[in-house]
Design a protein around this ligand. Sequence first.
Ligand code: NAD
Ligand code: UGA
Length: 480
Amino acid sequence: MVKICCIGAGYVGGPTMAVIALKCPHIEVAVVDISVPRINAWNSDQLPIYEPGLEDIVKQCRGQNLFFSTDVEKHVREADIVFVSVNTPTKTTGLGAGKAADLTYWESAARMIADVSASDKIVVEKSTVPVKTAEAIEKILMHNSKGIKFQILSNPEFLAEGTAIADLFNPDRVLIGGRETPEGFKAVQTLKEVYANWVPEDQIITTNLWSAELSKLAANAFLAQRISSVNAMSALCESTGADVTQVAYAVGTDSRIGPKFLNASVGFGGSCFQKDILNLVYICQCNGLPEVAEYWKQVIKINDYQKNRFVNRIVSSMFNTVSNKKVAILGFAFKKDTGDTRETPAIDVCKGLLGDKAQISIYDPQVTEEQIQRDLAMKKFDWDHPLHLQPMSPTTVKQVSVKWDAYEATKDAHAVCVLTEWDEFKSLDYQKIFDNMQKPAFIFDGRNVLNVDKLREIGFIVYSIGKPLDAWLKDMPAFV
Ligand code: NAD
Ligand code: UGA
């Protein structure tokens, strides 16, 4: 039986390995992690991540051909193929701080693989890494290998959170990069055979190592760039009376452009877009390409601009101050159908409002109070490091309360902000919410999911990203 071990039981390692186990009953899959609570959760009824469809698969395969363990060394030693899916956060200190990828976790995984291995192995980069990382990993493995042969492959993951299982079942493509040597081709073929159990062969793309590594960064940069492009347009729409939804539709019907990923928003979040673009910018700088670096940096700048613009719009509409006013936040996760809050725009919006001394009351169907308080207490980039490196007992942000019900969160509020597009926010009883709010009652829809006409009929003053402005808002322009 082929044995696969995946180092890193996170948002990528957990779901990808669960799907491999489901689709390949003849393969034994072990997912290992240094985090005891995380592995305990994978072995319990309360999985550590929320992802539609995941629980069913884990229940079906766990204990059969899918195992979660903290015995990292044992499973690595026994495996034929080792996936490495550890976190690759942005460096917070030292050379390249705030831009470069921190490969500490990757390097320690590679050293451990070299240390414990007793047979040849294929080592697969699943984490998103800077182009040329495989070369560094190869050096670490070769110099410590005691004669054991390792083949390094790059097999970046393209799943999106909230749709991870559907994305893994029907990927647009699977990308495998390897060395262009007979051993390299053989290793690529071995991994290809794993995916071929459910992915049509013509959708499994094989390339050289560097193309695979760079394609992942490029894909995320292109996706984020579309959002920043439509968000840049949203600002112009508000100034001109155009409607960003109509503009995006008109633009997206051009088959060369396509309709996806053109939803204007309060800004993109998530653990990867910003990190990967910063990483790309750093690589361009290191390769003497400052113009290319500047080009991609703008994608991040527009994203920051969009979040600032949203906060300024709230404050300026509410008579230029939110001091001591209750602002209800509906949605804290970085997108719907996930409890993940990494780099969620809600953090920046809440911090902006707290900076103006607002009292904020937050409701998200999947995010815990502990997580929200930790996010609001943390410094930028600290979130992607292990818990023991994060503030131990975050000082509770006194101006923040977390509720388990949207009606409770909005009670007596001066304003409501929708920051995540959870479906349930579309069908709330907004008349009831309005009746229980201070007047004038404001709604700021950062996801364009609400029925603006209906809200205006009820009596709300409504702001929707990139949509024609209420007379009220026109008189109170937001300056960044
Ligand atoms: P994550 O933080 O959820 O999981 C990483 C896990 O690795 C953690 O549980 C951590 O404890 C573990 N780990 C770190 N060092 C270890 C070591 N030496 N030995 C054993 N375990 C170790 O991260 P994630 O979201 O799964 O992302 C992993 C990688 O995949 C990143 O490079 C990310 O850029 C990339 N990626 C993420 C997504 C996504 O949607 N989250 C999608 C595609 C690619
Ligand atoms: C993204 C990519 O879509 C995946 O292909 C990639 O594998 C992954 O990053 C990664 O490398 O981590 P993810 O961040 O999970 O996936 O979610 P997305 O659906 O891409 O959304 C990212 C952010 O953009 C969210 O905050 C979302 O609300 C926002 N967004 C998305 C918009 O504001 N407008 C859109 O039109 C689409």
